[in-house]
Design a protein around this ligand. Structure first.
Ligand code: C5P
Length: 210
């Protein structure tokens, strides 16, 4: 079973996708980390994340098995990741890795922005996880502050709105809800409650498959 979980920044998609993977014993890939790894490689080399040639080279050297550097999760790397993700050659360089991951025997859970639309358009079940920008900014601000990053709510909200707009407006594989994705609004839901909704959706899809 392939489960595609998409949605904007700090919508809760990562937590839900991880929990689904655990629940159904499936391998899990956070595809945002691939774009983040590409961006981090460029930043460390002192290169501009908007340089298509350098970004493509960096994307081609991303190793999907070593995505554990804590720096990958920083706000700076996230913003640069959204810039490299708008470069078609970068997306192209990362497609095979994601599709191979999805094609594993037994299936997989992948989260991102274009899993249900581009990477796995034939996924068995698709979720679009969302929440209002203010709620998402509050969550991400807390997460970054807990990690020791100093960022105000106002700065976070501005960054998030800018990132959403860039991700949704790029020409290649924009952030988009697939027509057949189930909408899961996590606003006001606890992590457990959001997961319970996701699980009901996946169980129903599983029952239809069998
Ligand atoms: O989800 P995360 O914040 O880690 O993603 C970082 C950036 O990577 C996103 O803002 C988006 O531009 C890009 N991304 C993407 N497609 C994906 C996953 C992430 O374009 N499937």
């Amino acid at each position: 079973m392939i489960i595609a979980v998409d949605g904007p920044l700090a919508s809760g998609k990562g937590t839900i996708a991880r929990q689904l993977a655990q629940c159904y014993t499936l391998p899990y890939l956070d595809t945002g980390l691939l774009y983040r790894a590409c961006a981090l490689g460029l930043l460390r080399a002192g290169k501009n994340p908007e340089n298509p040639v350098a970004a493509q080279q960096s994307a081609m050297s991303v190793d999907g098995r070593s995505l554990t550097d804590p720096e990958l999760r920083s706000a700076l790397v996230g913003a640069a990741a959204s810039k490299v993700a708008a470069i078609p050659a970068v997306r192209k360089a990362l497609i095979k890795l994601q599709r191979d991951f999805a094609r594993q025997k037994g299936g997989a859970v992948l989260d991102g922005r274009d899993i249900g639309t581009v990477i796995c358009p034939h996924a068995d079940v698709k979720l679009w996880v969302s929440a209002p920008p203010e709620e998402r900014a509050r969550r991400r601000c807390k997460e970054l502050c807990d990690r020791g990053e100093d960022i105000s709510y106002t700065q976070m909200l501005a960054q998030l709105v800018e990132r959403d707009a860039r991700d949704a407006s790029r020409d290649d594989a924009p952030m988009l809800r697939a027509a057949d994705a189930h909408l899961l609004n996590t606003d006001g839901l606890s992590i457990d409650a959001a997961f319970a909704v996701a699980r009901r959706i996946v169980d129903a899809a599983k029952a239809e498959l069998s």
